[in-house]
Each structure stands twice: as structure tokens, then as C-alpha cells.
Design a protein around this ligand. Structure first.
Ligand code: HEM
Length: 181
């Protein structure tokens, strides 16, 4: 594991444990819970992807457009008849390091999504949780993050943005779990 990856993983480990525990409480065999999980993810994902679009995510990884999932999550939400109002973006991305931290969290969240997809009945729309990508895309991103985050200051900015991104998922998940529970 490269140095930037190790640091990001260690510094966000507690946040990951919290979102893992939180999203494991949605019972994905129940339609309302599944819809709630997707709505929560959309509420967190859409503004972060918009920030990456604005900030120029391609500067971190040129295949950023292929990694976006705003389109696929909207397909599922439309099919389930759910309308999500994504929070207005109040801030803007100020650095490549911050975008690197965001990308780490968004792309890492696919890894857990694979496990979750197994609990969703086959007949339901699952463009989002089923949006697999070639396995080389995760290690390739980690290599790019390592090349970018070589200084202590940039690594700190990335860690902070990563934790903020986890925080968006945690806040949205808490809200939607209370709604469907
Ligand atoms: C019930 C929900 C979740 C489960 C069960 C879960 C599970 C996992 C598992 C098993 C891995 C390791 C996969 C591998 O190494 O191949 C992983 C990695 C990761 N997950 Fe989750 N996850 C969940 C939710 C999330 C969410 C909501 C996010 C982000 C918003 C997230 C972010 C990450 C990140 C960043 C990694 C990469 C860790 C590393 O650096 O190796 N996960 N997750």
C-alpha cells in the first residue's frame, strides 16, 4: 500500500466504520429501505460530484467523466419514483488535494456497494450499486493520489476533504434511516 493510501485509510477508518454500520441498517430486501439508501447516497454524491466537475476532476484522474455516478443513481431513483433535492453547493473546491480526498471516498464507496448489491432483489433497478468498473481503476486512482499527495500539507488537505465527504454520507444516511425506519 502506498503512503498516501495508507494515511487516507488510517485517518478515515473511524468514519468508514460509522458509515458501514449505518448503511448496514437499511434492510435492502425492503423497497422503502432500498429507496432510502439510494436517496441518502444521492444527497451526498450529487453535490460532491458537482464540486469535482466544477473543480476539474480530470486534473486528478483524466477518466473522471467515466467514474461519475450521478447519471446512474438518477436512473434508479426515477425508476423507484423518488425525487431527491440535492443540497445546494455552498462551497467550491479550492485545491487538487481536496479533490483527491473526495475521489478517494467516492471511488472507495464502490467497493462496499458490491456487497450491498447482493442483498437487493434482482428485479429492482440497481444501476448505481451494480455500476462495476474494471478492477484496475481503483489501484490506478491510488497511484495517482500517491503521486499528487507527496507533501504533508496536501495530504492533510486530502484527509480533511475525505472526512468531510464521509460526513456527508453519514448525515444523509442518518436522515433517511429515520425516515424509512
Ligand atoms: C454497508 C455499507 C458499506 C460496507 C459493507 C462497506 C464495505 C467495504 C469493504 C468490504 C471494503 C474493502 C473492499 C476491498 O478492499 O476490496 C470497503 C472499502 C472502502 N469503502 Fe466501504 N463499505 C460501506 C460503505 C461505504 C461508504 C458509504 C463509503 C463512502 C461514502 C465507503 C468508502 C470506502 C472506502 C474509501 C474504501 C477504501 C478503503 C481502502 O483504502 O482500502 N464505504 N468498504
Amino acid at each position: 500500500m502506498n503512503a498516501a493510501h495508507r494515511r487516507l485509510r488510517e485517518s478515515t477508518g473511524a468514519a468508514h466504520a460509522r458509515v458501514d454500520a449505518l448503511f448496514s441498517r437499511f434492510d435492502l430486501a425492503r423497497r422503502d429501505d432500498y429507496a432510502g439508501l439510494l436517496a441518502a447516497h444521492a444527497e451526498a454524491l450529487l453535490p460532491v460530484e458537482a464540486l469535482l466537475d466544477q473543480g476539474g476532476g480530470e486534473a486528478i484522474t483524466e477518466d473522471w467523466p467515466q467514474r461519475r455516478r450521478t447519471g446512474v443513481i438518477k436512473v434508479d431513483l426515477d425508476a423507484l419514483g423518488i425525487h431527491v433535492v440535492a443540497p445546494e453547493i455552498q462551497d467550491s473546491v479550492t485545491s487538487d488535494a481536496a479533490m483527491a480526498g473526495m475521489l478517494y471516498v467516492l471511488e472507495g464507496s464502490r467497493l462496499g456497494g458490491r456487497f450491498l448489491a447482493r442483498s437487493v432483489p434482482d428485479s429492482w433497478p440497481r444501476a448505481y450499486l451494480g455500476s462495476h468498473q474494471p478492477p484496475h481503476m481503483w489501484p490506478e486512482l491510488l497511484e495517482k493520489l500517491d503521486a499528487l499527495l507527496y507533501g504533508a500539507e496536501s495530504l492533510e488537505l486530502a484527509v480533511s476533504a475525505a472526512n468531510q465527504t464521509f460526513g456527508r454520507f453519514e448525515a444523509a444516511g442518518t436522515k433517511w434511516l429515520a425516515k424509512v425506519g
